[in-house]
Each structure stands twice: as structure tokens, then as C-alpha cells.
Ligand binder design. Structure first.
Ligand SMILES: [Cu+2]
Length: 491
């Protein structure tokens, strides 16, 4: 009895030593990286270390009161989640911290930021982050390419004060941003920002869905609409109504309100306006220069503005993108409810309403849209030329210029055993999209290929182009073959 228990203990000990050995070997890389991190930021040794408080919109972390720089540790987790885009409409958002826009980060000029980017193991795609507050290549993008289930770390010094956008910059960049991968980081000037009563976080973004505005269900991303810069939705804080009704921003009369406004795009610039208010002060483009008495401020895609005003009279103030169809027909509308006593000398309310029709009523007509006609290939040479154009516009961002793909993220189309083994199956992939695990040239891929809005003719052309390039097996795919393959390869 005793001897066997001793043997077991010895075995466990041996295993423990063995494991420690392996761990030591495996973790050298991390230790080296950590050493480099502290070595590179020599002054960080003297700086106090602070864990950053991050907030989901429309909330903002408390103003910074410290009078000295610090080493601020930021931990941001990327998740891919299905959430509401509008009533009855869901969308698979890719997020920085579970919300769109992502978590608000607040630091002070000359802080040293140790930035951790975690990509949740359930994610289907790799992601990274480009913070416009960073001085350095790619704003951090090159140092933070993070596969699902991984964490990357880099550090930067916040040299310039201002309100900065951050976003994902993984290919195809437009698609990652269109799926909600953006947020704001505020670098407070050393002297801080003037005190106000209320601070809020509002960020605009445009969304592209297969279905029209309000079409119910889980809506996939529409690459065609994104390329045309023709969004189905334009919203504040990630969904239609995110700042309406019970979710409205609030203030009391007499309070000063500061809005940190960002625009993730990916495409539109915003004409940000609050109906019934005048911005007493705007930090134009999120920089240090202020403009006074502004009605509408331009917020570029990938840019910001800080607007401030005093809530003088009670009522509901409507936040809009003053490109006004976006507000009333695509969702770019939010609310600020101001409660408190009335000041009739500033705003009287309605005094009179009577009919005035000098020219009689008119009926407006909507112009009819003309359907464009796409070119049709007459022979294989034309098919190759047209197919190349389809590839460059629709596929290259992911599968790369020579069809070589990106290991672990986008499978190769060059010399692809998967593609050459079954052309009809690949036509199905292009027509219907693909999700789940596949093996291409011995490598596993478990990601998402979006459904693209292509005609049968375009699929025939791009498939013919791919088959006749990069060491693939050749041949011609016709529109008829595409129609047949599509029907038999639904998954
Ligand atoms: Cu991303």
C-alpha cells in the first residue's frame, strides 16, 4: 500500500517536472516579448500602472484627474455576436468588446499604453486594431493580427491629445469595419478637458444588408451594396433606435452636455446635427482647435468631433445625420431628453397654427430606376477578361492578387486541390457563400466566405478566370453550368 502510494507520488512529481520543462520551452517567446515590452519603454518602470476602465456606449469613463502620466493597461476583447440591427432585424456584428461602437477608451497625453487585444475562441475570423491615436506603423495593426483564441500585446505612447477613432484593419478592411469594428479612444490633454455636467459617446456607422431596410430575420452582409456605398442602414450606436425612447440620452435644463461623436463609416461622412440645439463649442475633427456657435459639424469616416452645448430649454432634441434621408429613412436618428423648468423667453412653444396654401397641394413623383445591363461574354477570351475584373473587385481582398490566400484565414485559389477536385462545388461556394471547416492543400480553414451578389454570368467568368490561372486545371465554365451547379450545390 505504502510503496504504491510513494510510487504514484514520484510519478506525479516526474510529470510535474516534465510539464514545467515543456512550459519553460513553450513560454520563452512570451517571456522574451514581455522583456522587450518593458525594455522598449524604459521610463515605464517609474510610471504607476493603471488598469483602464472601458465603457460601452453611450457611456464614457470618468474624466482623468491625475496630474502625471501613467502606464495604462488596456484589455479589449473581440467577439463576433448576433445582435439587433433594427426591430425584427438581426445582424452578425464583429465587435470590440461586445458592442457597436466598441468600448470607449480614455487616457491622458503622454501615457504609455500597454494594449492587449484578445480574439474570442468562438470567432470565425482573425482581427487586429488600428488606433488613430498611435504614432507607429499601421497604428498598431501590424502588431495585433490576432487569430481566434489568441491574444496579442503591443505598447505605444500617446503623444497627441485628441479624440481618435480605432478600427479593425484586417482584410477585407471594409468588411470588418462594415460589420461594426470601430470605436473611440480619447487622449485627454495634460491639463484635462473643461468640466461639464454630462458626457456621452455617440458613433455613426453605415450597414449593408442583402435585404432592404426593415426586412426581417438575420441579414447577411452585402458586398455589392458596400462597394456601391449604398447603405441599407445608417445608425448611431449600432442599431436603429439605440438612442431612442427609453434609451435616449438625458440631461436637465441648465446642464452642460459634451458629446464625443465618432464616425466609423466605412463609407459615409456625417453631417452631425442636433435638431433644436446650437453647439456652443466644437472641437473640430476631434482636434485641439475649437469653433464656436456651430449648427452642423462634419464628421469624416474614420474621424470624430467633440460637441458641447448647454441644455437651455426642456424637450426632446433629435440627433441626426443632416443628410436627412439617412435620418428618417435609414435610422440615423437619436434622442436627447432634457427635463426641467420651461424658459418661455428662450423658446415659446407654438403660438398659432392656421392653413396656408398659396399654390394648392402638390403630389411629388418618385423617379423610376433604370436597370443597368451587364456585359455578356461572347467567347472564352472575353470570359477571361471579364472574369479578371470580377475577381479584382470581389475576391482579391481575401484570396489575394495571385490567388495565394492568407494562411489560416483565407484559403488559396491557386493550385487549390479543393477547387480543382470539384468545380461545381466551388461554383456553389461562390453562389451561396461557405461556413464551416474545409481542407485546402492540407490546411484546415474554418471561417466564413460571404455570399456575394453575382450574376450567373459573372460567376462563370470569374470561375473560368481562376481555372486558367495560377496552376489550376483550365477549362471554361458557362452560364448554363453555373445555373445547374447552383441548383445542385445548395448547402
Ligand atoms: Cu476584424
Amino acid at each position: 500500500m505504502k510503496r504504491s502510494s510513494i510510487t504514484r507520488k514520484l510519478q506525479l512529481l516526474a510529470i510535474a517536472i516534465y510539464c514545467a520543462g515543456i512550459l519553460g520551452a513553450c513560454s520563452t517567446q512570451t517571456t522574451e516579448a514581455e522583456k522587450a515590452l518593458t525594455a522598449g519603454t524604459s521610463s515605464s518602470k517609474e510610471l504607476p500602472v493603471i488598469e483602464a476602465e472601458l465603457t460601452a456606449p453611450p457611456l464614457v469613463p470618468a474624466p482623468i484627474t491625475r496630474k502625471h502620466p501613467a502606464k495604462v493597461v488596456v484589455r479589449l476583447e473581440v467577439t463576433e455576436v448576433v445582435q439587433k440591427l433594427a426591430d425584427g432585424v438581426d445582424y452578425t456584428f464583429w465587435t470590440f468588446g461586445g458592442s457597436v461602437p466598441g468600448k470607449f477608451i480614455r487616457i491622458r497625453q503622454n501615457d504609455e499604453v500597454e494594449f492587449h487585444l484578445m480574439n474570442h475562441p468562438d470567432s470565425k475570423n482573425p482581427h487586429n486594431i488600428d488606433l488613430h491615436a498611435v504614432t507607429g506603423p499601421g497604428g498598431g495593426a501590424a502588431s495585433t493580427f490576432t487569430a481566434p483564441g489568441h491574444e496579442t500585446v503591443f505598447s505605444f505612447k500617446a503623444l497627441n491629445p485628441g479624440l481618435y477613432v480605432y478600427h479593425c484593419a484586417t482584410a477585407p478592411v471594409g468588411m470588418h469595419i462594415a460589420n461594426g469594428m470601430y470605436g473611440l479612444i480619447l487622449v485627454e490633454p495634460e491639463e484635462g478637458l473643461p468640466k461639464v455636467d454630462k458626457e456621452y459617446y455617440v458613433m455613426q456607422g453605415d450597414f449593408y444588408t442583402k435585404g432592404g431596410f426593415g426586412d426581417a430575420g438575420l441579414q447577411p452582409f452585402d458586398m455589392g451594396k458596400a462597394l456601391d456605398e449604398n447603405p441599407t442602414y445608417v445608425v448611431f450606436n449600432g442599431s436603429v433606435g439605440a438612442l431612442n425612447g427609453d434609451n435616449a440620452l438625458t440631461a436637465k435644463t441648465g446642464e452642460t452636455v459634451r458629446l464625443f461623436v465618432g464616425n466609423g463609416g466605412p463609407n459615409l461622412v456625417s453631417s452631425f446635427h442636433v435638431i433644436g440645439e446650437i453647439f456652443d463649442k466644437v472641437y473640430s475633427e476631434g482636434g485641439s482647435k475649437t469653433n464656436l456657435n456651430v449648427q452642423t459639424t462634419l464628421v469624416p469616416a474614420g474621424g470624430s468631433a467633440i460637441t458641447e452645448f448647454k441644455a437651455d430649454v426642456p424637450g426632446t432634441y433629435i440627433l441626426v445625420d443632416h443628410s436627412i434621408f439617412r435620418a428618417f429613412n435609414k435610422g440615423a436618428l437619436g434622442m436627447l431628453k432634457v427635463e426641467g423648468p420651461e424658459y418661455k423667453d428662450i423658446y415659446s412653444g407654438q403660438i398659432m397654427d392656421k392653413v396656408y396654401l398659396p399654390e394648392g397641394a402638390t403630389i411629388q413623383e418618385m423617379p423610376l430606376a433604370k436597370a443597368p445591363t451587364a456585359p455578356v461574354a461572347a467567347n472564352k477570351d472575353q470570359r477571361l477578361a471579364l472574369g479578371k475584373a470580377v475577381f479584382v473587385q470581389n475576391c482579391q481582398a481575401c484570396h489575394q492578387a495571385e490567388g495565394q490566400g492568407i494562411k489560416g484565414a483565407f484559403p488559396p485559389l491557386a493550385k487549390s486541390d479543393y477547387l480543382n477536385a470539384d468545380v461545381d462545388r466551388s461554383i456553389g461556394v461562390i453562389a451561396h457563400g461557405l461556413e464551416g471547416q474545409i481542407k485546402v492543400n492540407g490546411e484546415l480553414y474554418n471561417s466564413t466566405m460571404p455570399k456575394l451578389k453575382l450574376t450567373d454570368e459573372e460567376i462563370a467568368n470569374v470561375m473560368t478566370f481562376i481555372l486558367n490561372n495560377w496552376g489550376n486545371k483550365g477549362g471554361e465554365v458557362t452560364t448554363q453550368q453555373v445555373a445547374k451547379a447552383k441548383a445542385s450545390n445548395k448547402h
